[in-house]
Design a protein around this ligand. Structure first.
Ligand SMILES: CC(C)(CO)C(=O)C(=O)O
Length: 370
């Protein structure tokens, strides 16, 4: 079971920090691929002075937005945004620029928060860090550590999990839109990051065995396809029955596959996933209030695949339903709903239509006729 992050000593006040500057340097954390999740995580490390310094490596528009609008951070869903002074962070468009501008700075950890598809592009940029800088992957899916080791065999890889939806409510202001705690493994880097979050009064969980956490997150991520294909933000996606039935069927298929592989799963939701699978089938009038308690998703919360469709980007379907299909094939198990959704995402992804509201009929008919 996840354990709460151990109580953290209060951060050193700035005056004392200056005195002790040589003794205890503020750690530099690099966020590799600063998108919504990376910026939300990095900013959560910076809410208080003297705790951490964050280097964001992101696309040029990220630096431009932060320069124009500043950076905001937030402790969790429904918490107020905190403006972060620019002297606590730096933004670069690539690792080489960071190293040229800040020679000799050795990051205490590098957090890889990109889509899985970007791993092959980003990891080679830090390959020369070797085992000196732990890489903490906060990506979706399972077996992301294997992708990194394939590119960088000597890497020290730690696992972390972002449980909630993050949405940019304004440029430079990325907010958690649903419930959950940042979850990190019990490695040195995981514990350090949990401590830094704790010093900023941000809830974090340290977990000895991340396998069940990642497996559980993958089950939750199976809704992403439903949200992108239906064109519904989370409130409406979970608010109507046809979409919930599809999600529940994906849960059931994934659970059967996990059972065959002896893979455990857990969640930070207040109800276990095996029970949620059945609760999803309740009538709307019963499910909606229950979901408000479970997910605490605020209006505007949506899945990352909804965002991918909206911005006409390639999705992570290969790492969600695609991963379940692969595991199912190894055991000769049929997963028809995962396959149907996988085919539909691939079909519409290629068309790059943006967000389109679809019913079950308008969703599947063109795919199956093609
Ligand atoms: C927020 C969550 C857990 C599910 O939508 C997610 O990981 C995603 O959208 O990618």
């Amino acid at each position: 079971m996840p354990e709460p992050a151990s109580p953290t000593p209060p951060p050193t006040p700035p005056a004392a920090a200056a005195d002790a500057a040589d003794a205890v340097a503020v750690p530099t954390i690099v966020i590799l691929g600063a998108g919504a999740v990376g910026i939300a995580f990095g900013s959560a490390l910076l809410l208080k002075p003297g705790v951490a310094r964050v280097v964001f490596i992101g696309r040029p528009h990220v630096g431009a937005a932060l320069a124009a609008h500043g950076l905001h951070g937030c402790r969790g869903v429904d918490q107020p945004a905190v403006r972060i002074p620019p002297d606590r962070y730096a933004v670069y468009t690539c690792v080489a620029d960071f190293e040229a501008a800040e020679p000799g700075v050795v990051p205490a950890a590098a957090v890889l928060s990109t889509k899985r598809l970007a791993t092959a592009k980003l990891v080679p940029d830090v390959a020369h860090w070797g085992a000196r800088v732990p890489i903490v992957t906060m990506q979706n899916g399972i077996m992301m550590d294997k992708d990194i080791h394939a590119l960088m065999p000597e890497a020290r890889v730690a696992l972390a999990m972002c449980p909630f939806n993050v949405v940019a409510v304004a440029p430079g202001d990325y907010r958690p839109m649903s419930a959950g705690h940042w979850t990190l493994d019990a490695s040195e880097a995981g514990r350090l990051l949990a401590r830094l979050l704790g010093a900023n009064d941000v809830a974090a969980t340290v977990c000895r065995d991340m396998g069940p956490v990642m497996n559980g997150k993958l089950i939750v991520n199976l809704h992403n396809a439903v949200s992108a294909l239906s064109g519904l933000e989370m409130k409406d996606e979970y608010g109507q029955r046809w979409t919930r039935v599809l999600i529940a069927q994906c849960y059931a298929e994934a659970m059967a596959v996990y059972r065959a592989h002896h893979m455990k799963y857990t969640t930070s939701f207040p109800v276990p996933l095996w029970l949620l699978r059945y609760l999803l089938l309740l009538p709307n009038v019963l499910f909606r209030p229950l979901w408000a308690l479970v997910a605490r998703a605020v209006p505007g919360a949506r899945s990352s695949m909804y965002d991918d469709f909206q911005h006409k980007r390639q999705t992570e379907i290969d790492y969600f339903q695609g991963a379940i299909i692969q595991l199912a094939e190894k055991k000769g198990i049929d997963v028809p709903v995962c396959r149907r959704l996988y085919a539909a995402v691939k079909y519409y992804e290629a068309q790059r239509l943006g967000i389109v509201r679809r019913t079950p009929e308008t969703l599947f008919a063109p795919v199956e006729a093609s």
